[in-house]
Design a protein around this ligand. Structure first.
Ligand code: G3P
Length: 218
């Protein structure tokens, strides 16, 4: 399973990259705004910086909701680097734009996926990734992980090459459950990724090893 980090924060991206487990980055307009990145030229230069830090795919979301605007914006974003994946919302215009980019060999990530039907349409349109939002479904007392299972089944039935990029991760167990189901990618905040490191028996076991070593007690 690939690990992406879901942030536009350069320090956190660098920390995940230095850990040696990072396969890519996802951003969205909210995450860019959180870092204070506004205006076309600042946004473009921020994506350039992200691409310089990581080796893998970097999702850059369009703001336009009209087909022509999505195409113009996506073409502009895709010129930043081969690493850029144009992130397109799941709308009727979005589906048309996914097909356009697929026909033009530009990588896409279809975002705001909340149902198996939406994922199926995105895959049919040639999206490279679909982003089902697990946490936001859980937030409304629905079941985000069931959606991942349903999409996995559908994509496997028809051998779709579109990768399931599980998003809106809230905690470590979301990552484990996505891995068990067979999500191709998980995009998570740094805290959830490094949270996988923790186990109290590791901490107490290491403490005992080091204490015994100090005492020469082998
Ligand atoms: O990648 C999409 C993700 O950022 C949404 O996460 O926490 O805003 O639901 P969240």
């Amino acid at each position: 399973m690939k690990f992406f980090i879901d942030t536009a924060n350069l320090e956190q991206i660098t920390e995940a990259q230095n850990l040696g487990i990072l396969d890519g980055v996802t951003t969205n307009p909210s995450l860019m705004a959180k870092e204070g990145i506004t205006g076309d030229s600042n946004i473009i230069s921020h994506y350039k910086k992200i691409c310089e830090i990581v080796d893998g795919d970097v999702s850059a979301e369009v703001i336009s909701t009209e087909f022509d605007g999505m195409v113009e914006e996506g073409n502009r974003l895709s010129k930043i680097s081969d690493q850029i994946v144009v992130k397109i919302p799941m709308t009727k215009n979005g589906v048309r734009a996914l097909k356009y980019f697929s026909n033009n060999n530009i990588k896409t990530n279809c975002t705001l996926i909340f149902s198996p039907g939406q994922a199926l349409l995105a895959a049919k349109s040639g999206a490279n990734y679909v982003s089902p939002f697990i946490g936001r479904l859980d937030d409304i007392s629905s079941d985000g992980l069931s959606l991942i299972s349903e999409i996995r089944q559908i994509f496997d039935n028809f051998n779709f090459k579109t990768e399931i990029l599980s998003a809106s991760i809230r905690h470590n167990m979301h990552i484990i459950d996505c891995a068990k189901i067979g999500s191709d990618v998980v995009t998570a905040p740094l805290s959830s990724i490094v949270g996988l490191l923790n186990h109290p028996l590791t901490d107490s076991g290491l403490k005992k090893f080091l204490d015994d070593h100090k005492k020469g007690n082998f």
